[in-house]
Design a protein around this ligand. Structure first.
Ligand code: LMR
Length: 394
């Protein structure tokens, strides 16, 4: 049996992570995988997470199973953080999942069960694991234009023109905020137009929100998702706590399915529970319990939000410094888009050869499509990167 297996294509983000680890140069700069790092290159455990874990260790008196959907208090707290009061709770089904990827996988499996012929539309470009999972599940997919290589902003006209071709019942995957890999995001007016278009077409929005709090703030980053949830009869959401709570390895995510009416909740919720049971049975609990402890304790929540704001503002400052440095070194304003992008990533717009050159000559690791993790920079490395970008002829 095993002799029939073929080598699978490497995930380009994880392959780059390994290449960086293998590089012996101590001057190397990691702008690859989407993990937040402070100015010292560390990914510290957030203060509120430490405190919540301390309480859990002290107070938890069992490790018995929780439930197939996870702890309802976790789903409630997350629903409120993401959706606010955009939709009544009795329309929202939710299941805890292993990370945001688990939530994406469960949402896609639900789509495949409910509408096996539906096409899932992805932004061009998108996070590489989106098409990879869809292909693996044997589902249909298509792309809509999203990024304008010339302006490094959203190609909104292209996006609307492509979405105009979707069929009733198709699913459109959108990044809730902090678009990965480009850093270019829709304005609220554009969210409204996309929402109206999808409703007119009878298409279903599916929102991947993995960086809430990293862009313009916790509520501002969810504004597009909330707007759409208010307008859409049905919607799917995959959320991750990896980044905003810094609990990457705890694998903490949530899948939500918003039904047109409360009467559909029992079957929708039951389907999510069934899918959890088929794929891994009970979802992980530790990260979810940490998140619930924080979100339901006003003091811990305030401290977490304050630290998240420090992280967000730190990344914005790095963006501004890099854009300034590039202005000076390139004698032009063509890199100003870096300060306008939001979240952890920016797509620089360098060619694969230029990316390769920066890796070989300067030990700078960005993804081959020129996605840079802004959090991988600091005051010392910004001038080095800016000079390398100019020298590479970007
Ligand atoms: C990324 O895009 O770098 C992150 O979402 C990490 C991952 O799993 O790819």
């Amino acid at each position: 049996m095993l002799e029939t297996l073929k080598a699978q294509p490497a995930d380009k983000i994880l392959a780059l992570m390994q290449a960086y680890r293998d590089d012996p140069r101590d001057t190397k700069i990691d702008l690859g995988v989407g993990v937040y790092k402070n100015a010292d290159g560390q990914t510290p455990v957030m203060r509120a997470v430490k405190e919540a874990e301390r309480r859990l260790v002290a107070e938890q008196d069992t490790k018995a199973y929780v439930g197939l959907l996870g702890d309802p208090a976790y789903s409630d707290a997350m629903r409120q953080m993401i959706l606010g009061d955009a939709v009544p709770a009795d329309r929202v089904s939710a299941a805890a999942t292993p990370g945001g990827t688990g939530a994406i996988r469960q949402a896609l499996e639900l789509i495949r069960m409910a509408a096996p012929e539906a096409t899932v539309w992805l932004s061009a470009p998108t996070w590489p694991n989106h098409p990879s999972i869809i292909r693996y599940l044997g589902m249909k997919m298509s792309e809509y234009r999203y990024f304008d290589d010339a302006t490094r902003g959203v190609d909104f006209d292209g996006m609307v023109a492509d979405l105009d071709g979707i069929a009733e019942g198709d699913v459109v995957l959108l990044h809730g905020c902090c678009h990965n890999p480009t850093g270019a995001n829709l304005t609220l007016e554009q969210w409204q137009k996309v929402s109206d278009l999808l409703n007119a077409k009878g298409a279903i929005p599916f929102i991947d929100i993995a960086y809430q709090g990293f862009g313009d703030g916790l509520d501002a980053d969810a504004a597009g998702t909330r707007l759409m949830a208010k307008n859409a009869p049905q919607m799917l959401i995959a959320a991750s706590c990896s980044k905003n709570f810094g609990i990457y390895r705890e694998r903490t995510g949530l899948v939500m399915a918003i039904a047109p009416e409360a009467g559909m909740k029992p079957v929708t919720q039951g389907t999510l529970a069934f899918l959890n049971r088929q794929n891994y049975s009970f979802p992980p609990d530790h990260g979810a319990r940490v998140v619930t402890t924080i979100l339901n304790d006003p003091e811990l929540k305030a401290d977490w939000m304050a630290e998240l704001e420090e992280i967000r503002n730190g990344m914005l400052a790095l963006r501004r410094q890099l854009a300034d440095e590039l202005r000076q070194r390139s004698n032009s304003d063509r890199f100003d888009f870096i300060a306008d992008h939001r979240g952890m990533f920016s797509r620089l717009g360098a060619s694969p050869e230029q990316v390769e050159r920066m890796r070989e000559e300067n030990g700078i690791y960005m993804i081959g499509d020129s996605r840079m993790n802004i959090a991988g920079l600091n005051a010392r490395t910004i001038p080095i990167l800016a000079q390398a970008i100019v020298d590479a002829g970007v």
